[in-house]
Design a binder for this molecule. Structure first.
Ligand SMILES: Cc1cc2nc3c(=O)[nH]c(=O)nc-3n(C[C@H](O)[C@H](O)[C@H](O)COP(=O)(O)OP(=O)(O)OC[C@H]3O[C@@H](n4cnc5c(N)ncnc54)[C@H](O)[C@@H]3O)c2cc1C
Length: 385
């Protein structure tokens, strides 16, 4: 059977791999281009040469979802090992459990509260004079009061976003960020786990299809999409247009590696909430694979800062002025013929892996449906504005 029209996909991360696989299975010839030396985008994992520990090169990635189709999808390419993310934080010379829970509250205030007592106590501490919170700080103070806000939210948020919590919108903190029980599982989702052989192995298996070719170390420019039936672009939206309307703001991360013989911190993630500690957290990667045994250990101190032109964009900032600029880029993108912008960079949104996969599956299905009925594929599955 002859192949259907040629598809070019920019980016061999999760977005590109999942869309590519779906379209290859439907009979399309798929070419996937990535500027990096490796597949898997920011989910890339590789074994550390010194210790053999599996390293999450662009920061730790924990798979968690309520979406059973997505969970079945990832499990069809890799065995997922049980993993629960339990985060600790060092604040004011003590170590506490996160997210702020009954243990944290009792330890912090030197109490032995039961759930209802703690709830009433925190309610008492909450700043009720704030009725219409506008900023992150006001929202946090309204929920938990000054003491918990300053110990667990203020310094970390300031370091993560590089600005005062008084300059961030209240919408960042939608719900009461406190649990009145001893549940310290960071995520609420039904399914949680880690791919046994790492994300790059999993994504390699997704890409392993006779209709898919992958070209690494190849930079795509929009002038090159002309001979493709359709382009799915998971690179930066502003980069596609050569930043002609300015650069969308991102935060980037610097990772400072150090190795250790034994167990450095006893857990995978230790946050540092105090503002006089310059890094936000230390991650010890062997604890992300608790089923493996390694004598040596590798840790990374993580520093957050503004993203410059040569840096890797990590977190979209999305403050009011960024959204105005984004709207202009979205208008430009909607005028492009035969290009769909996908993924965390193509749509300028923070997307967890499960949401990335869900959107990639839906995008591929929409493309197949639109092609079958002869109608146009939109520039975005969901408007990023
Ligand atoms: C620090 C951090 C921690 C995270 N932790 C978690 C977590 O614990 N759990 C979770 O579910 N999610 C997590 N995520 C989110 C996860 O990283 C994303 O869901 C995922 O990477 C999105 O995949 P993608 O394919 O859209 O983008 P990417 O992985 O960024 O892939 C895009 C690819 O496109 C390539 N590219 C870009 N422009 C071009 C061009 N012009 N030419 C050629 N190639 C190009 C890039 O090299 C890259 O490989 C985290 C994200 C960050 C930043």
């Amino acid at each position: 059977m002859p192949l259907k029209e040629k598809i070019v996909i920019v980016g061999a991360g999760l977005s590109g791999a999942v869309i590519g696989r779906e379209l290859a299975q439907a009979g399309h010839e798929v070419e996937i281009i990535d500027s990096r030396k490796h597949i898997a985008g920011n989910c890339h994992t590789e074994r550390d040469a010194e210790t053999g520990v599996m390293i999450h090169i662009y920061g730790p990635h924990i798979f968690h979802t309520d979406d059973s189709e997505v969970w079945d999808y990832v499990n069809s390419f890799q065995t997922f090992m049980p993993y629960k993310n339990r985060v600790k934080t060092t604040s004011g010379e003590q170590v506490y459990s996160l997210p702020v829970n009954l243990h944290t509250i009792n330890q912090f205030f030197g109490k032995t509260f039961r759930p209802d007592e703690a709830r009433a106590f925190i309610d008492e501490k909450a700043d009720k004079s704030i009725t219409d919170p506008q900023t992150f700080e006001e929202q946090a103070m309204r929920f938990v009061g000054k003491d918990l806000y300053e110990a667990f939210f203020k310094g970390y948020t300031q370091k993560q976003w590089g600005c005062s919590p008084t300059d961030l919108p209240a919408s960042i903190l939608k719900r009461l960020p406190v649990r009145f029980n001893y549940d310290d599982n960071y995520f609420f989702h039904k399914y949680q786990g880690m791919p046994e052989n790492g994300y790059t192995d999993m994504i390699g298996r997704i890409l392993d299809h006779p209709n898919i070719t992958v070209k690494l170390e190849t930079q795509f420019h929009r002038s090159e999409g002309a001979d493709a039936g359709h382009v799915f672009y998971s690179g930066p939206l502003d980069g596609y247009f050569d930043f002609e309307l300015g650069r969308l703001a991102y935060r980037t991360l610097d990772f400072e590696r150090f190795s250790y013989q034994g167990d450095y911190q006893g857990c995978a993630v230790m946050n540092y909430g105090d503002v006089d500690v310059p890094f936000t957290r230390i991650t010890e990667h062997k604890h992300f694979s608790p089923w493996e045994e390694h004598a040596g250990s590798v840790c990374y101190r993580e520093f957050s800062r503004e993203c410059g032109p040569q840096d890797i964009p990590y977190y979209p900032v999305r403050l009011v002025e960024d959204k105005a600029q984004l709207a202009e880029y979205v208008t430009r993108a909607e005028q492009e013929a035969s290009v769909t912008f996908v993924g965390r960079l193509g749509t300028y949104r923070y997307l967890d892996m499960d949401v990335t996969i869900r959107e990639a599956l839906d995008t591929a299905r929409l493309y197949l449906a639109r092609t079958a009925e002869g109608s146009r594929m939109p520039a975005f599955l969901h408007s990023p504005v």
